[in-house]
Design a protein around this ligand. Structure first.
Ligand code: ZN
Length: 410
C-alpha cells in the first residue's frame, strides 16, 4: 500500500482516526446490486508527522470514483445562494468584467458559473464527471470534460487560455496528487490573476467532531497552515482568507503568483496561522486525541438509536449525502434503526445507500408514513431542511442531528 505523504513523501506512521471498513460513500446501489457482493475498503486517516497533512491512502482511481458522480450541486437551494453571493462579491472586490476569463475547476453542473454567464462574462468549466459535465453543457455553460492537473493546464496554456479568476471549490480534498494539481493552477493563472478555493477546514472538522465528512473520495483534510505550505512550494502566495460556515466550516483562500506584488497581504492570514498554532496544529500529540472522541460519539449515537427503537418509536433519515454513508457504516446503523431515507435529487431516489442498503425515497414518503424522528444526515443544511419539512410537527415528529453530538429539535 502506498503509505507516503502525498505532499512531502514522508512515510505515514500515525493514525488520526480509524473508521473501520466502509464502501465508497458515493456508490449508491440499485435493487439488483443489493443482492450482490459489495466492496468495502479500510477507512483509516493518517497524519504526516513531518508536514501534518491529514490524509487517506487512495484505494480506487479518481476515474472510477468520479466518472458517474451522482452529486448535482443545483439540487441545494442554500448552495446556489452561496454561489450567487460569491460571484457578486468577487466582482465587486476585484472588478471582473466582460474582458475577464473565469475558469472553474470541478465546475459540477455549472451551478456557480451560470451567475458569471448571466453577466456576460466568459467562463470555462472543467469537470471530469461525465453526467454532470453534460448537464452543464446543456445549460449553456462551456465545460471541458476532463480531470485537472499540470497536463490539462499545459494544454490550456498552449491554447492561450489563462484565468483572471481561477476557482476551485470543494475539489482540493478530492485530488490524489495535490502537488501536480497546484502546479497546474500556477500554469494557467494569468500574471495578475487570482485563485480562490474553498475547502472544509480541518480545524472545524476536529473541533466539531465532523468525522462523517471523512470518506474515501476525500483524500486530504487541510489546515490553513498546511494549505499555505503547499501553495508556497508551487510559487503561489495566499494573500487573504475567509472563514465560511459552508460544509460545517470551510476556508476560502485567495492566492496570487509569488511574483505578483500588486496585492497586499490581508491581516486574516497571520491571525489564522497563529490561531492554528495555538490550537496545536503543529503538534503530533494534538492530532492523536481525535480517535477517542470519535469512538465516544459512536456510543452515544447508538445509545439514542437503541433507546428510541426500544420505546417503539420510528426513525427515518433525510438526505443521502456521502457523509451520511460514513456515519451509518461506521456506527452499523441499517434498516433495523433507520427504515428509509429521502432525497430531493431524482438521481438518488429509488436507489439504496451503500453498505447499509437503506432505501432512498422521494421526500413525500415522510408525509405518508409520519415517523417519530427524522435524522438529518446533511447536518450542514439543517436550517433549510427544517424549514422545508416543518410540517412533521403536525404529528409531533422531531428532527435529530447526530454531529457533533445527538441533538433533538422539538
Ligand atoms: Zn507530509
Amino acid at each position: 500500500m502506498p503509505n507516503q505523504c502525498r505532499f512531502c513523501d514522508n512515510p505515514l506512521k500515525h493514525k488520526l482516526v480509524d473508521l473501520g471498513v466502509s464502501p465508497l460513500a458515493n456508490a449508491y446501489l440499485n435493487a439488483e446490486q443489493t443482492q450482490q457482493m459489495e466492496p468495502f475498503y479500510p477507512l483509516r486517516v493518517y497524519v504526516c508527522d513531518h508536514c501534518y497533512l491529514v490524509q487517506l491512502p487512495v484505494f480506487q482511481s479518481s476515474e472510477e470514483i468520479f466518472c458517474d458522480y451522482a452529486y448535482f450541486s443545483s439540487f441545494s437551494d442554500s448552495w446556489l445562494k452561496h454561489a450567487e453571493t460569491y460571484v457578486n462579491d468577487i466582482i465587486d472586490r476585484f472588478g471582473f468584467d466582460t474582458h475577464s476569463n473565469i475558469i472553474e475547476i470541478a465546475s459540477n453542473d455549472g451551478y456557480l458559473l451560470q451567475y458569471f454567464v448571466q453577466k456576460g462574462i466568459q467562463v470555462l468549466g472543467i469537470e471530469p464527471a461525465r453526467n454532470v459535465a453534460q448537464a452543464a453543457q446543456k445549460a449553456g455553460i462551456r465545460t471541458l470534460e476532463k480531470f485537472f492537473g499540470s497536463q490539462t493546464a499545459d494544454e490550456l496554456a498552449r491554447e492561450g487560455q489563462y484565468a483572471d479568476l481561477l476557482i476551485g471549490n470543494n475539489v482540493l480534498a478530492h485530488v490524489p496528487d495535490v502537488n501536480d494539481f497546484v502546479k497546474g493552477m500556477k500554469i494557467i493563472l494569468a500574471p495578475d490573476g487570482i485563485i480562490t478555493m474553498e475547502f472544509p477546514h480541518l480545524m472545524r472538522l476536529m473541533a466539531e467532531n465532523q468525522f462523517d465528512t471523512i470518506y474515501h473520495e476525500h483524500f486530504s483534510y487541510f489546515s490553513f497552515t498546511v494549505a499555505e505550505q503547499i501553495f508556497e512550494k508551487h510559487g503561489l502566495v495566499i494573500f487573504d482568507v475567509d472563514e465560511l460556515s459552508t460544509h460545517g466550516g470551510s476556508l476560502r483562500i485567495y492566492a496570487r503568483h509569488a511574483e505578483d506584488n500588486s496585492r497586499h497581504m490581508g491581516e486574516n492570514v497571520a491571525a489564522l496561522l497563529e490561531r492554528e498554532a495555538a490550537e496545536g496544529f503543529g503538534n503530533l500529540e494534538f492530532y492523536l486525541t481525535f480517535n477517542r472522541k470519535v469512538r465516544s460519539t459512536k456510543r452515544s449515537i447508538l445509545d439514542f438509536m437503541i433507546r428510541t427503537r426500544n420505546e417503539g418509536k420510528t426513525i427515518v433519515g433525510y438526505g443521502a449525502p456521502a457523509k451520511g454513508n460514513t456515519l451509518l457504516n461506521y456506527c452499523g446503523i441499517r434498516t433495523d434503526f433507520i427504515s428509509y431515507t429521502v432525497d430531493r435529487s431524482p438521481h438518488k431516489q429509488g436507489f439504496f445507500l451503500p453498505g447499509t442498503h437503506i432505501p432512498i425515497y422521494h421526500p413525500d414518503k415522510i408525509k405518508e408514513t409520519q415517523p417519530d424522528y427524522v435524522v438529518i444526515l446533511p447536518w450542514n443544511l439543517k436550517d433549510e431542511i427544517m424549514r422545508q419539512m416543518a410540517y412533521i410537527r403536525d404529528w409531533n415528529g422531531k428532527f435529530v442531528t447526530l454531529i457533533p453530538e445527538v441533538r433533538i429539535y422539538p
